[in-house]
Structure formats: C-alpha cells, structure tokens
Design a protein. Structure first.
Length: 115
C-alpha cells in the first residue's frame, strides 16, 4: 500500500521561501499526475499545483508565479518550491494524485508564514 510522506514545512517570514517534498513509500505509477494540496484552519482542502507525467504544470491563481511543482519519478518524489510566501499561504500542505485523489492522505507538513 502506498504511503505519502510530506516534509519541508516550517515557520517563515512573509517574503521567504520553503521547499516541500513528498515521498511515496510504495510505487505510484509515473503515469499519474501528482498534486500539492493545502488546508488552512476552517477552510476546505484545495489543490494549489499539479504536474502530469510529462511535466505539464498547473497552478491555482493564488500561487501562480510564486510556487513551482516538480517531480522525480526515479525517486518517487514530488516537490513544491514556494517563494514570496504570504501569511495567507499558512496551511497544512499535502500531496496526492491529481485531479482525483487515489491514495490515503499523509500527515501533511505545516507551513506557517508570519507577517
């Protein structure tokens, strides 16, 4: 059974950067598109970025131009480079397949952006 483990979160000041990683313990077919999702307190989980097996990317308007998603199929790992962070980016970040979630959610990684 595939397990997803997110890491790289932390506390950062507004304008700062973080790089998140998502490692799959089992093998997820490289044919799957992967996405990064986030959930802020009191809000629904939303997808902020996705990447296809061919490397095509898509971003939510709120992060476009600031976040960059990438993947290393050989390492079964997906990354999210987050730049110019804003307080409204504060959330728990998760990865999963996209656009349909097909794997159990991991524990996520907390990102907190202070103003």
């Amino acid at each position: 059974q595939v397990q997803l483990v997110e890491s790289g979160g932390g506390l950062v000041q507004a304008g700062g950067s973080l790089r998140l990683s998502c490692a799959a313990s089992g093998r997820i077919s490289s044919a799957y598109a992967m996405g990064w999702y986030r959930q802020a307190p009191g809000k629904q989980r939303e997808r902020v970025a996705s990447i296809t097996s061919f490397g095509s990317t898509n971003y939510a308007n709120s992060v476009k131009g600031r976040f960059a998603i990438s993947r290393d199929n050989a390492k079964n790992t997906v990354y999210l480079q987050m730049n110019s962070l804003k307080p409204e980016d504060t959330a728990v970040y998760y990865c999963n397949t996209a656009p349909n979630v097909t794997v159990a959610w991991g524990q996520g990684t907390q990102v907190t952006v202070s103003s």
